[in-house]
Design a binder for this molecule. Structure first.
Ligand code: SF4
Length: 260
């Protein structure tokens, strides 16, 4: 199925229900996906096994700073609205070796041109084991971290982590944000290479809710996939089931948003 890549460092702004007018920053290569997950629903397609060898294709922090300043200056001159500056794009932004510097530069540029705008990072959370990444994420207003399952087998089937990955470590580090985190969960079922999975079953959702109860995130964003995916053996979860799950999150007194 057809997937797509962002072909610039700065993209948008796009209108988002949660983030408003959101200006995107892609810290990853513009011609290939760069991620240490290989989610079966990824709109960027499958991760190449050699993605880590493509480090030279990552834009330098100087290039990112200049591109962002140019964009913000132009939008400010045109009097355009920007509610959020959002790190997303062709993979996992925290894999960029200068991620912390880029966050500091972005805060400075935001303060200069759009002081009321928020900064959001969409991350798969795998690198929050690093203190420097946790520190950088604590500086942004919307620290949005993926958690598709608290069951290692299910998460491995859906997100297909590449290299070393420890779910217990990830869960421990999520707790360390002390609630200053948004959890983003994509619900999906299907099968891959003969193995079935479904993170929307009662048992899966109960375990996930128990963890949410412990970490008390500011917000939980739940959704299912909308765009083309790399394989066609996965299915969307119905809007009704997403609403049922949302009600269970609300019952914990945690804010929730649903995108069907
Ligand atoms: S974490 Fe995001 S970019 Fe990486 S494979 Fe999953 S959906 Fe794609």
């Amino acid at each position: 199925m057809a997937t797509f890549l962002f072909n610039e460092i700065i993209f948008g702004p796009v209108t988002s229900r949660r983030l408003g007018e959101s200006l995107g920053i892609n810290l990853l290569p513009v011609d290939s996906k760069y991620c240490n997950f290989n989610c079966l629903y990824c709109e960027c397609g499958f991760t190449s096994k050699s993605f880590g060898e493509n480090k030279n294709a990552l834009p330098t922090s100087i290039k990112v700073r200049k591109a962002l300043e140019n964009a913000l200056r132009t939008y400010q001159y045109k009097n355009l609205k920007i509610d959020t500056i959002t790190f997303a794009g062709n993979g996992e932004p925290t894999l960029h070796p200068e991620f912390s510097t880029i966050i500091d530069d972005t805060i400075k540029a935001r303060n200069k041109y759009y002081p009321k705008a928020k900064i959001a990072v969409l991350s798969n959370a795998t690198l929050i084991i690093k203190p420097s990444i946790r520190e950088a994420l604590r500086k942004v207003e919307y620290n949005i971290l993926k958690l598709d399952s608290v069951n290692e087998e299910t998460l491995t089937l859906i997100n297909c982590p590449l290299g070393n990955f420890s779910l217990p470590d990830l869960l421990d580090n999520l707790k360390s944000f002390q609630g200053n985190v948004t959890i983003q969960t994509l619900f999906v079922r299907g099968e891959y290479r003969g193995k079935p999975f479904d993170n929307s079953t009662e048992e899966e959702v109960e375990n996930w809710l128990n963890f949410l109860h412990i970490i008390q995130p500011e917000l939980v964003m739940i959704y299912t996939f909308r765009r083309d995916t790399p394989i066609d053996t996965i299915q969307k979860i119905s809007p009704q089931r997403l609403q049922e799950i949302a009600l269970k999150v609300k019952a914990l007194d945690i804010q929730v948003s649903v995108s069907a």
